[in-house]
Write a protein that binds this ligand. Structure first.
Ligand code: GCU
Length: 596
């Protein structure tokens, strides 16, 4: 049966939601909300049974309907209430041994009570689901989201009932060639509802978005009402700066204002944040925002006008003290405390946007951040629809985190093959990033290193497109001996800051031996020692984020006894134990600090 009406309806429906609701509500933590975290019933569905045999809206007992037997003769071949549960948030791989390697669909169901009020709007907000989510509330499809590391929302006002509700989410983490990232990555494909789920309760016309930032020594304030109606009153209150202003929205529901103020500037040494409130229609949104400026000049990175050297470390989003994806504030505090103990003022959040707690804690602790979308290795650069996915994830990353002082760099790619189609794809992405946020620097990690008579030259044309050049170089691990790195000579034809965004080597914590023996802590320490010597001789380098803080899970690292599906390049073991290389890096940063 051909259903033109239904197709048109669903297109119209998604457009109206996008038009009426803002793409992503700003600062969900600060909203009235009902948490939907906890135990959800699940059905593991590797053959897509729930989708093909029960999906069609006219079929009475699709999984999404959470149908119950009404008569003894009813045929319903599933039962969420009798099914096992998974904790939400949380990847499924680390919760059940049987799901450690699982890639496919799992259906989740949460029954919850709502005290729905008339005149309020209800937004169902997912902090992240990896990789694809299709969301049904009380049997009604709210929509679909693709992308494992960025937040998304649906307006649930119409479908939500007062009393009991049934929320069903189809989650599929199967890797596909035309996804972002594509099928090959050096990290674990943790599937599931990996970050919090909440039902936000906001006014009918709510404060959809706001930006508060330092701009030419003044404070720039932008805000948008969800209804995009004019003459709505939006207030900005920053008590410590004596700011208490009210504004009337324009014909698009927007407010744009520039305020004179001399805030104390945010720095890693003094991460000063200002408590502020933005309000509309009785909703008061509290936030803590730091004011700082980041720029480049003559090859330097300037923080608040002063050159800064970025003493960094790369970090994957894995829990510091348990298996699986990190997502809690405590996870963020532990991980970022480890970075601080190492002597860092900078972190590279690889290779995808991390959970929001990481950015809010980085703001609080004073760590500068490189944030990145997973345009990783060999995505399908020739496909327009794949570009659209990358751009969507870029937008969702910037929308969520644009008020975080800690973030100074948006990265559009990691180690992508150097060819024309890729360059065109990434030039478009860089341009989009600048349009979305002209207050931060744009970068990408490249494995460009062409030998030129004993020197390494940075000659990837992408370097000409970004503000700061990221270079991944594995001298002493994927080529050469550790000792050979110290005398490596590098050339850069660009008058731009360079960050060595990856170097390192693997070691099994507790394995000791000769310095030329792979997988020993001594070998890894030698890789660090000689690469740091190399870096200190590269006069255009303005920072480094060695690979990586902690050992992390990877399906590409099966070596028994040594790796056992762990990538062992951490300076910390998976239990947080320091390896010999940790002290090499710590002392290097400590000496840099004392010479600053
Ligand atoms: C690459 C890549 C990382 C990977 C690392 C490694 O540079 O960017 O994601 O984990 O090398 O080989 O360990």
């Amino acid at each position: 049966m051909y259903r033109p009406l239904l197709v048109c309806l669903s297109i119209f429906c998604s457009l109206t939601m996008a038009v009426h609701g803002h793409a992503l509500i700003q600062n969900p933590d600060a909203r009235n909300q009902q948490s939907l975290n906890g135990d959800w019933h699940i059905i593991v569905d590797p053959y897509e049974n729930g989708f093909y045999n029960h999906r069609y809206e006219e079929k009475p007992n699709g999984y999404f309907k959470d149908a119950k037997m009404q008569h003894p003769s009813d045929l319903i071949e599933y039962n969420f209430s009798a099914s096992p549960t998974l904790r939400v948030p949380g990847d499924w791989n680390s919760q059940k041994e049987s799901l450690f390697f699982y890639e496919g669909t799992i259906w989740y169901r949460k029954a919850f009570e709502s005290k729905k009020q008339n005149g309020k709007r209800y937004i169902l907000y997912f902090d992240a689901v990896n990789y694809e989510a299709i969301v049904y509330l009380n049997g009604e499809k709210l929509g679909r989201h693709e992308g494992g590391f960025t937040a998304f929302q649906f307006d649930a006002t119409k479908a939500l009932k007062k009393g009991m509700n049934t929320l069903v989410v189809k989650v599929n983490n199967r890797r596909e060639r035309d996804f972002i990232p594509t099928v090959n990555t050096d990290w674990w494909n943790y599937g599931g509802i990996t970050r919090p789920v909440r039902l936000l309760e906001v006014p009918q016309d709510y404060l959809a978005d706001y930006t508060v930032k330092l701009q030419n020594d003044k404070i720039a304030f932008h805000a948008v009402s969800s209804s995009q109606k004019k003459n709505q009153t939006i207030r900005l209150h920053i008590p410590e700066l004596g700011i208490n202003e009210k504004y009337s929205t324009d014909g698009e529901g927007k407010v744009t204002a520039i305020l004179k103020a001399k805030p104390e500037l945010w720095t890693p040494e003094n991460p000063k944040r200002y408590s502020l409130t933005v309000s509309l229609n009785g909703e008061k949104i509290k936030d803590n925002i730091g004011f700082r400026d980041i720029a480049i000049r003559n090859g330097d990175i300037l923080l608040n006008g002063k050159p800064v050297f970025l003493k960094g470390i790369s970090i994957h989003e894995e829990a510091p003290t348990r298996e699986g994806r990190a997502w809690t504030e405590e996870d963020a505090r532990t991980t970022l405390t480890w970075a601080k103990e190492l002597g860092c003022n900078f972190i590279r959040l690889a290779h995808y946007p991390h959970n929001e707690a990481m950015l809010k804690v980085a703001d609080e602790m004073g760590l500068l951040v490189w944030s990145e979308i997973p345009v990783y290795w060999t995505v399908l650069f020739e496909r327009e629809d794949v570009y659209a996915k990358a751009e969507q994830q870029l937008e969702e990353m910037i929308e969520r985190d644009k008020n975080r002082a800690s973030i100074i760099l948006w990265s559009v790619a990691n180690e992508t093959p150097n060819h024309q189609v890729r360059l065109a794809f990434l030039k478009k992405l860089v341009k989009k990033a600048r349009q979305l946020d002209n207050s931060r620097l744009i970068t990408a990690a490249m494995d460009t290193q062409t030998d030129n008579g004993g020197s390494k030259i940075i000659d990837d044309p992408l370097a000409g497109e970004v503000d700061v050049i990221g270079v991944n170089s594995y001298c002493g691990w994927y080529g050469g001996t550790p000792q050979s790195c110290a005398s490596l000579h590098w050339l850069s034809p660009y008058n731009k800051p360079v960050i060595i965004s990856e170097f390192g080597g693997g070691a099994l914590k507790g394995l000791h031996g000769e310095v030329n023996e792979r997988w020993t802590e001594e070998y890894q320490a030698a890789v660090y020692e000689h690469n740091l010597t190399m870096i200190s001789k590269m006069d255009f380098v303005r920072g480094t984020t060695p690979w990586i803080l902690k050992d992390f899970r990877s399906p590409r690292r099966p070596l028994p006894v040594i790796q056992d599906y762990w990538n062992r390049k951490g300076v910390l073991s998976e239990k947080g134990e320091r390896k010999l290389a940790w002290k090499i890096l710590h002392d290097f940063y400590e000496n840099l600090t004392s010479s600053e």
